[in-house]
Design a protein around this ligand. Structure first.
Ligand code: COA
Length: 405
């Protein structure tokens, strides 16, 4: 009936008895959830990257071209001129220095400003599947799990390449995994929510070992003509293996001590792209069919909510902030992460305590905190504790306390 920490409380009701009032509680017990671990992670990094300077040069070429083409309307005040972007602003406001992308040429072409990713025949692997298979291979090798030991695949990402069949089913087939697969989307929090779904599945016995992957092609939903946000996202794929501690054989294992999910409805980050767009032609191609946000409001509202969630969760688990070795935070904005870690720790975090990967990768949506975890845990010893935390559209917040075994 309810989960808390590491135990499930069960109340069995004899439903054969007619009438609600006659239902009798016949058994009450507390069963302990088995220990569940993360036994491997994987990362696929696309080959191409774009520096702030390159991105700004392309954006400014577009601005010049637009202003020249609309000179008459701008002159009469009918249209406002577009303002140029600046690499200094981008780094100062976000901490981003470059982004890794699936296709650089299409994005940087000022007449196009969209990645060029040709459609593939149904018989070929899709782009998202290819990225996921690469990331999964590393996670499976770290965990020492062949496909035959995995029995569920969860694809958790902000955007799916198609409506169906589920990406997870294609990836499952490509890897030769039996069992089941499904897709889920909680925007930037998809990975932490995916870890909890995997943990629940393993705890309840519907799977023994789950592969959870996050293929994020964020440049596909980014409006490269929007000065406020053209610099925000990059592309990447991460993968995580979640299984019972009893079956884990990996050298490195991280016990999932607790995971906490929260969603709070907000219009401040939206993407209205969807299958009903075609039912109102007037909206097709409008900016709200791509990523849009009120960045300042997001910053102001999300930071305290995230810090409060982590602090309350630690308190409930009897873990003092001083016991935390690491905060693997969502990678959207450096100042946001500094503020959140300051609130959680009660002081500024060092670069080791709250590692940054957004300088090189930019915001990779749900994959960001998993990249930080993947790249920054070599110094962990048995008993060390860290928090993997994501936040984003919804709003959504997911925080997972991990302890090295
Ligand atoms: N180049 C130069 N100047 C720019 C610019 C650009 N590309 N984009 C905006 N500016 C200007 C604005 O016009 C504004 O000028 P003004 O003060 O004269 O009006 C100024 O810079 C500040 O703009 P603002 O949008 O308020 O910047 P910001 O400091 O809030 O930073 C973000 C913008 C997006 C980096 C920041 O708000 C952010 O990261 N928020 C959180 C986002 C987030 O986590 N989202 C989750 C997504 S999953």
């Amino acid at each position: 009936v309810s989960h808390s920490g590491n135990s499930c409380h069960w109340i069995s009701v004899d439903s054969a008895l007619p009438g609600l009032e006659r239902h009798t509680i016949i058994d009450t017990e507390t069963r302990h959830m088995p220990d569940i671990v993360i036994s491997g992670t994987g990362l696929y990094t696309p080959a191409e990257s774009i520096s702030n300077e390159e991105l700004v040069a392309s954006f400014n070429a577009y601005v010049e071209q637009y202003n020249a083409e609309n000179a008459a309307a701008i002159e009469t005040g009918e249209l406002p001129p577009l303002q140029p972007s600046s690499a200094e602003f981008i780094e100062k406001a976000s901490g981003i220095k470059s982004r890794v992308v699936m296709n650089k040429e299409g994005i940087l072409d000022p007449r196009r400003m969209v990645p060029r990713l040709p459609e593939r025949p149904n018989e070929d692997q899709s782009v998202m599947c290819e990225m996921a298979v690469a990331a999964a291979a590393e996670a499976m090798s770290q965990a020492g799990k062949p496909a035959t030991d995995i029995d569920a695949v969860i694809v958790a990402a902000s955007n799916m390449q198609r409506a169906y069949p589920a990406m997870a089913v294609e990836i499952q087939d490509a890897l030769g995994i039996k069992g089941y697969g499904f897709d889920m989307n909680v925007a930037c929090s998809s990975a932490t929510f995916g870890i909890q779904q995997a943990r629940d599945a393993v705890a309840m016995g519907s799977a023994n070992c789950v592969l959870m992957v996050n293929p994020e092609i964020c440049t596909g939903h980014l409006n490269f003509r929007d000065r406020d946000s053209h610099f925000i996202f990059g592309d990447v794929c991460t993968a995580v293996i979640i299984e019972r501690a009893a079956t884990a054989t990996a050298e490195e294992q991280y016990l999932i001590v607790d995971s906490k999910l929260q969603t709070i409805y907000s219009n401040n980050i939206r993407n209205n792209f969807g299958f009903l767009n075609r039912a109102d032609e007037s909206g097709i191609g409008k900016p709200d069919k791509l990523f849009v946000q009120e960045g300042r409001k997001v910053f102001k509202e999300v930071c305290p909510a995230v810090a409060n969630q982590i602090s309350a969760q630690l308190e409930l688990q009897g873990i003092a902030p001083s016991q935390l070795k690491r905060l693997w935070l969502h990678q959207a904005n450096l100042s946001m992460n500094q503020l959140i870690s300051r609130r959680v720790l009660g002081r500024d975090a060092t670069a080791e305590e709250a590692p940054t990967i957004l300088d090189e990768y930019a915001n990779t949506s749900s994959a960001g905190s998993v990249i930080a975890f993947h790249k920054h845990r070599d110094d962990f010893r048995s008993g060390d504790i860290g928090v993997l935390c994501s936040f984003g559209a919804g709003y959504s917040i997911g925080s997972v306390i991990l302890k090295k075994r």
